[in-house]
Design a protein around this ligand. Structure first.
Ligand SMILES: [Zn+2]
Length: 195
């Protein structure tokens, strides 16, 4: 693969190398091991638009991790779980049309939009927000959410058990089953039975 090298003033063969770099993100120094292109001829780093913007996103995501903010991929996962497009999620939360798209590209969200998006990780919270704002979505968008919510609830096994059974630690077996099967298990204990 060839890229333009400023040092050699020509298109030269390049190679990817791992380098440790520190970059200030919003006043915070973030250090990461990233991959950059280097000129095989002179050994100097070579600019590559795609690679550099990928790296920048890694630094932004690391900043988000340090600050306890959702990363791009976590935002994408939440959105896709409910069958929402970027604009549909933005409409549901009362954000500007392009806001979610920008967050997913790497733009760092402030704390309050972060809290709002984090709430959606909980399906019950999502349902409350959705019921309140679903009129902002088109019929087709609503249909997709309904379908996604059905799949979510298919993945949950609900148990109604006595408090005694819960204490008698069948719990660990269930937890193991849950992590193996990928299905969430929710307990509703009946505390009337406590002796
Ligand atoms: Zn060179």
């Amino acid at each position: 693969m060839k890229r333009y090298c400023i040092e050699c003033d020509d298109f030269e063969e390049v190679e990817l190398k791992k380098v440790k770099k520190t970059l200030p993100v919003k006043g915070e120094n973030i250090t990461l091991e990233i991959e950059e292109f280097f000129c095989v001829n002179c050994g100097e780093p070579v600019y590559d638009e795609v690679q550099d913007s990928d790296n920048l996103r890694l630094f932004y995501d690391e900043y988000r991790r340090v600050k306890g903010l959702l990363t791009s991929s976590e935002i994408i996962a939440i959105r896709e779980r409910y069958g929402l497009s970027q604009t549909a999620l933005a409409k549901l939360l009362g954000f500007g049309d392009k806001t979610i798209a920008r967050y997913e590209r790497g733009y760092i969200q402030d704390e309050s939009p972060n809290i709002m998006m984090s709430l959606l990780e909980d399906e019950h919270c999502f349902s409350i927000i959705y019921e309140k704002n679903k009129d902002k979505l088109t019929a087709k968008e609503q249909e997709k959410v309904k379908k996604a919510l059905n799949i979510c609830s298919d993945n949950i096994i609900k148990y109604e058990i006595s408090a005694e059974d819960l204490c008698n630690s069948k719990y660990n077996t269930w937890k193991e089953y849950s992590s193996k099967s990928g299905r969430e298990i929710r307990f509703k204990a009946n505390f009337k039975d406590v002796k």
